[in-house]
Design a protein around this ligand. Structure first.
Ligand code: SF4
Length: 97
């Protein structure tokens, strides 16, 4: 075999990179608040702790948004721990633009 063939090379374009590695990309991590409304008793503690995320609906809490900025992670964890019925849980998710 002589010479080199480009077909043997792995050629990556920016489109092949994970979003976080693309030049100029705004990439951030945030947490996802998960609310189990079947467990919620509507005590209002979560809304009191984090009104930017939770609000009390007719009978139970509701999420204003499930995307919680990383900076509020500790506050969300505390809110989940304070929930008397364990209705709040947290999962990680990521996003970018
Ligand atoms: S703290 Fe828990 S039980 Fe109380 S309203 Fe919020 S989710 Fe429901």
């Amino acid at each position: 075999m002589s010479g080199s063939s480009i077909s043997n090379l792995n050629v990556f374009s920016n489109r092949d990179l994970p979003l976080a590695d693309q030049p100029g990309s705004m990439y951030f991590f945030f947490m996802k608040a998960v609310l189990n409304r079947e467990l919620c008793v509507g005590c209002g503690l979560c809304e009191e702790n984090m009104p930017e995320i939770f609000k009390i609906g007719e009978f139970t809490a509701e999420l204003r948004t499930d995307s919680v900025p990383e900076a509020l992670t500790e506050k969300l964890q505390n809110t989940a721990e304070d929930c008397p019925t364990g209705a709040i849980s947290i999962s990680e998710k990521s996003g970018g633009s």
